[in-house]
Write a protein of this length. Structure first.
Ligand code: GTP
Ligand code: MG
Length: 453
């Protein structure tokens, strides 16, 4: 599979591959800053292989180590802890979950580390109202410089203090996001009180517009509000909120933040895949820059590394045994059932009929037909690169299969908002009774007419 290149041909090829590869990604999905991409390209143009290699190593190291700090603030009971748990992919009863309750539980800032992404910390801050300080002083007290952005949460309306806080955050050149929680409750209440005229879309847009009006009146430019439910994450604006947060972060923080997010939609899982692909490609590119010989077979000592990689991906995509146990508990789908429908645990199973080499070959054929050829040419085209993509895609598909299996269970659980209100049940029963009465009258009339004849 390897192909030899003369030195110049090799460099020219590498430079164009590098440029082409990153052209495939939108700015908001790239995991390294444009300046870094430009500088690597410059090294390659000049034939400075060592320079390009060091720049890629530094970029990857930065992605691994750069801390991400998220501040969540809002009045007591607004749903801060619930949102933090949701962002960490932790259920309210799971180990290490932030305390949730109806009594005021957050009086000072509390740090919650993400269990899988060690560089990410979510901070549960006391509301600006509970601290009794003007916004600027509040920001100093909660150490505003440490955070990448603020999420300001409310379950009712935003107070004047919170609106002023947003302005102060903006002034400090940090991002903030207004999040309105518990919209599931709003819809439920509307449905109960106005069953006949209930229109979900209309109600949500009314709620949204009333917030936007208030924000505009208070001098906040380009205001945005995310309507979410911490109980039903894939409904409403939670997925939009996640995309916005990822897009607004500096490129080098995107990858880890993306990986930290819960698998609530298939689109989220695909985005994690795209992010992982970039790190795999950069690693392979870097290795290929310095490699002198193309690797043809899967080396024996690579097998252990491959196993390690697979386990790592399974953890990141939430399909490792431990994660599956937690998902099973939350969704009430037995863990055994989940383990049966996924493929990654058996991928490296040597007893299987199809060997890993055969699987890889099949994958390469499929890859080439979808992408119009194989991605990388030149010395860095190594089997291990495509093997990692195969592992990644298998794990990605597993995460989707698990989501589908558990989503259907969650949707059919009784705690999901009722499909029919009492009024609707009553109307339906009235209709049914009417229908039965009319049916009997008509049958009787027919019989009577028959006897007459
Ligand atoms: N229906 C519904 N209930 C929610 C939602 N978010 C939170 N809750 C409930 O609201 C209550 C308060 O939520 P918390 O997450 O503890 O609120 P908090 O802002 O952390 O409260 P403090 O720690 O007291 O400041 C809990 O009973 C949650 O289960 C939501 O989106 N929908
Ligand atoms: Mg709390």
């Amino acid at each position: 599979m390897g192909k030899s290149f003369s030195k110049d041909e090799h460099h020219g090829d590498l430079e164009s591959s590098f440029t082409l590869y990153f052209k495939n990604f939108k700015t908001e999905s790239k995991i390294i800053p444009q300046e870094t991409i430009d500088s690597i390209e410059l090294h390659l143009t000049k034939g400075n292989i060592q320079g390009a290699n060091s720049a890629i190593s530094a970029a990857l190291k930065n992605i691994d180590n750069v801390p991400i700090n998220v501040a969540v603030t809002g009045e007591s009971g607004a749903g801060k802890s619930s949102l933090i748990n949701a962002l960490r992919g932790v259920g309210p009863e799971d180990e290490g979950a932030a305390d949730i309750g109806v009594v005021e539980t957050t009086m000072r800032r509390t740090a919650y580390k993400h269990s899988k992404v060690k560089t990410l910390t979510l901070w549960d801050l006391p509301g600006v109202g509970t601290m009794n300080f003007p916004p600027k002083e509040y920001l100093e007290k909660v150490k505003f410089r440490e955070y990448d952005f603020f999420i300001i949460v409310s379950a009712t309306r935003f107070t004047k203090l919170e609106l002023d806080l947003a302005k102060a955050i903006q002034f400090m050149k940090k991002n903030y996001y207004f999040v309105r929680t518990k919209v599931d409750d709003d819809l439920q209440n509307e449905k109960k009180s106005k069953a006949r005229t209930f229109d979900r879309k209309n109600i949500l847009s009314k709620i949204r517009n009333s917030y936007i009006d208030t924000l505009k009146k208070n001098g906040l430019d380009a205001p945005q509000i995310f309507l979410i439910s911490n109980r039903y994450l894939s409904d409403y604006d939670f997925p939009v909120l996640m995309n916005t947060l990822v897009k607004d972060l500096p490129a080098q923080k995107r990858h880890n933040f993306m990986l930290s997010l819960p698998n609530i939609t298939e689109a989220t899982i695909d985005r994690k895949n795209k992010s992982m692909q970039q790190t795999i490609w950069l690693e392979a590119f870097k290795t290929g820059l310095l490699a002198t010989l193309p690797v043809v077979g899967i080396l024996r000592d690579d097998v252990e590394k491959v196993k390690e990689k697979l386990n790592h991906y399974r953890v990141l995509f939430g399909v490792d045994d431990e994660s599956l146990e937690v998902i099973a508990k939350d969704s009430q789908v037995p863990a055994e059932q989940l383990k049966k429908i996924i493929k990654s645990p058996y991928l490296l199973d040597s007893k299987k009929r199809e060997t890993l080499e055969e699987k890889l070959l099949k994958y390469l054929e499929k890859f080439a037909s979808v992408n119009g050829g194989l991605l990388a040419t030149g010395l860095y085209f190594r089997k291990t690169f495509y093997l990692q993509l195969l592992l990644l895609d298998t794990v990605t598909e597993d995460a989707k299969v698990v989501l589908r299996e558990t989503y259907s269970k969650i949707s059919s659980n009784s705690h999901h908002p009722q499909l029919l209100t009492m009024d609707e049940c009553y109307s339906f029963l009235t209709f049914l009774t009417g229908f039965v009465v009319v049916f009997f009258i008509l049958s009787y009339l027919r019989l009577w007419a028959w006897n007459e004849v």
